[in-house]
Design a protein around this ligand. Structure first.
Ligand SMILES: *Cc1c(COP(=O)(O)O)cnc(C)c1O
Length: 312
């Protein structure tokens, strides 16, 4: 048994026509917790439970926390999530729905994380949102499914926050003998910590996150992400918040699935016919999903950040 599900692999006609190549979607927005994070975090939680963990602790008010809460409910293990005061009502509501114990503490994620860490006792497991080999191993199952389906893409497009998804997908490509498939690592401006790391040749701490794509808002990527980029073709691409938002709206119309701007960033490459995709006949986009946005929120942001799109 796994906590994640095998997600649909769909050829997108609207995106293919727009992008000018055959665009396939790995629909991880349909994972039970609303994002791909169920894969890695589910695997990590099952492993920690087998090692004797009696409680799972997280400091994520985003999709990582939701995935931990989901895993805990399914495995019948209590979950404590410590989130900062800045966490949206929506996220808190979803965490409560999963029956997690919710502690609201501190003005920033750093403070919430410090408290969460201090609560971790000997029989508890702390779940990091992206920097844990167990997470990468779980995320890699996404590629195993594509491999088993018999579709070899010419490139993979995915979003990067702390680099856990990137690390897992590259691990999956490598373990299926697909070390030659390049990965487009997409971030939004204002959350581009992988871009900064690749440019500097080492991981860098961003001063602040200014993008609305909060699920991409890790100030520093994990070392593993950068290490993979040294042995596997990984190309960094940065898009605007406006592009990511517009992609969310178009994707909702085209495929009737609501995703966060964190995921819209990857979709934007196809919707905007990015030059980076031109050389490739078949492109796989990881639809990483995200459960923390409502339609109203996406619309409100669009009005603020995409004034040119109004009145279309
Ligand atoms: C966590 C998350 C990301 C980024 O994943 P990392 O492993 O942190 O790079 C992208 N999109 C969504 C929806 C997420 O929840």
């Amino acid at each position: 048994m796994t906590l994640h599900i095998e997600t649909p692999l769909l050829e997108s006609l609207p995106l293919s026509v727009t992008a000018g190549s055959s665009v396939w979607l790995k629909m991880d927005a349909l994972q039970p917790s609303g994002s791909f994070k169920t894969r890695g975090i589910g695997h990590a939680c099952e492993t920690y439970l087998a090692q004797g963990a009696r409680r799972f602790v997280s400091s994520s008010g985003g999709n990582a926390g939701l995935a931990v809460a989901y895993a805990g409910r399914r495995l019948k293990v209590p979950v404590t999530v410590v989130v900062p005061q800045t966490t949206t009502e929506r996220a808190k509501e979803l965490l409560r729905l999963e029956n997690a114990e919710l502690i609201v503490h501190g003005a920033s994620w750093q403070e919430a994380n410090d408290l969460a860490r201090s609560l971790v006792g000997a029989s508890d497991a702390f779940l990091h949102p992206f920097d844990d080999p167990l997470l990468w191993e779980g995320h890699a199952t996404l590629v195993d499914e594509v491999f088993r389906a018999g579709l070899k893409p010419d490139a993979v497009v995915l979003s990067v926050g702390g680099g856990g998804l990137l690390s897992g997908v590259v691990q999956g490509l490598q373990r299926n003998g697909w070390g030659d498939i390049p990965v487009m690592a997409v971030e939004t401006a204002g959350a581009a910590s992988f871009h900064a790391a690749q440019k500097a040749g080492h991981t860098v701490e961003l001063e602040q996150i200014t993008s609305i794509a909060t699920s991409l808002g890790a100030k520093r990527v994990c070392e593993q992400a950068l290490q993979w980029a040294q042995v596997h073709p990984v190309h960094s691409v940065v898009v605007s918040d406006a592009s990511a938002l517009s992609a969310c709206e178009r994707f909702l119309d085209d495929h009737r699935v609501l995703v966060e701007p964190a995921c819209g960033a990857s979709l934007a490459l196809a919707y905007e016919k990015a030059a980076e995709l031109e050389p490739f006949g078949t492109v796989l986009v990881v639809v990483c999903g995200g459960a923390t946005c409502t339609v109203d929120q996406i619309r409100a942001w669009s009005q603020k950040y995409c004034p040119a799109a109004q009145g279309q």
